[in-house]
Design a protein around this ligand. Structure first.
Ligand code: NI
Length: 138
């Protein structure tokens, strides 16, 4: 476990009350854990803004009966194959597929890939979860 540091924080009472209610609703074990997670979240955002190497997960939902759509998605994934670590395809029902594409690379390229996939005509849902390689986060 990393060394711990204690520090005092002054915030408006009302803000802290709201925060404590929020973390209680989310079942956070302690306020320290919740604040630590907020700090890590902002450090991950910083990695994306600064163009560090990042990882992410692109989630897509689409109807596989639309063959031109499936071909287009495959073309895009091949164009960006250097960024793709793995992808998982789940048949949700007779019509719908869920695809999770795990990516690693520069934020600009990852964004471009995510946008190209989710903007493909016929994609019902597309989202990018921004994560971190974890190398620079304690
Ligand atoms: Ni499928």
């Amino acid at each position: 476990m990393a060394d711990l540091a204690r520090f005092g924080v002054s915030v408006e009472k009302e803000l802290l009350t709201k925060f404590d209610k929020h973390i209680k609703d989310k079942n956070y074990p302690t306020r320290s854990k919740a604040i630590g997670d907020l700090i890590r979240e902002s450090l991950v955002k910083k990695e994306w803004i600064e163009g560090k190497e990042v990882v992410g997960a692109i989630t897509l939902v689409y109807n596989h009966h639309r063959r031109e759509l499936v071909n287009k998605l495959t073309d895009v994934e091949h164009d960006f194959h250097r960024l793709i670590i793995s992808s998982q395809h789940i048949h949700l029902d007779e019509d719908n597929c869920l695809e999770i594409v795990v990516v690693k690379g520069k934020p600009r390229e990852v964004d471009e890939l995510a946008y190209s996939l989710k903007s493909t005509k016929g994609v019902k849902h597309g989202s990018l979860t921004m994560a971190t390689t974890g190398k620079e986060i304690a």
